[in-house]
Design a protein around this ligand. Sequence first.
Ligand code: NAD
Length: 329
Amino acid sequence: MNSGKIVVCGAGGFIGGHLIADLLRQGHRDLRAVDIKPFDEWYQRSPGVESLQLDLQDKAACEQALAGAEQVYNLAADMGGMGFIENNRCLCMLSVLINTHLLMAAHKHGAKKFFYASSACVYNAEKQVDENVTALKESDAYPAMPEDGYGWEKLFSERMCRHYREDFGIATRVARYHNVYGPHGTWEGGREKAPAAICRKVIAAKLSGKHEIEIWGTGNQTRSFMYIDDCLKGTQMLLHSNFVEPLNIGSNEMVTINQLVDIAEAIAGIKLKRNYNLAAPKGVNGRNSDNTLIKKVFNWEPNTRLRDGLEKTYAWIHDQMKAGKSGKH
Ligand code: NAD
């Protein structure tokens, strides 16, 4: 593969780790992986890939990270599931430094393509008050009333990507991911997201024989969850396309959290008594991805069935728990 140097920022994280592995599978060799975490905390570390431990909030670190870069994937952010986002708004907003300094460094080094991982959290909260939500289309981000902290940072950084493209000619591409899940991610410690948290709780109940589960909120909140393989495919298609506006990359298989638990229980082969914690963070009442635009642009949409992706995720977390490994990074 002769595409020039590809730099993956946030490569020690869930999506970044999978992306590096996928690029290697495709035959890319001129890769650089960057993350703030010590190497032994990266979810996946691919041998033969230049790996750097850098704090990308720092401008000089971004310049070091992107020296010689032709393509940049910015997947670095201080983030987590609802439990983290609702309690760490300032930390989430400080990720604006990462994107700002990375864009400045990309411009300075003459990078050609720049991918930014935005989020469904940019969507106007007023469109997400009902559990029977109408799926969110790209134009629903404005007028702006995104998720406090995390969503505002994403929306601002989206705009900065747009202006770097318009003013300086860098081919920036912005994906709005909707809940990505799969193996090799956080499953405990406070930053984990619903699919991993539910798998962990069901596995713990099965292993301990205490057949109960705590669910955050009423369990009637609706969401859609995208399997990591679909995320990787959509991400790379978008970066190499001519489509310049922010694009939903998400599944439109909407389920309630209770239905997510049903699936995890079916995989485990058990039934649990459900205890609802109404005081816990639960996010918006309803959220789903409208995939009209991505289907139009790519003639494709994320299509891994939740049951299939969750089986793989469950199996991986099960192995981790049985082996006594830590699920928190
Ligand atoms: P992750 O937390 O697993 O990975 C993010 C990585 O960024 C971490 O390894 C972290 O150490 C690194 N990082 C944080 N601050 C850094 C810094 N100052 N310098 C260098 N590295 C730093 O998250 P993820 O699930 O892989 O998400 C990747 C991107 O996709 C993020 O921008 C996230 O906001 C976005 N996103 C993810 C989801 C999802 O469901 N996973 C949904 C919407 C958007």
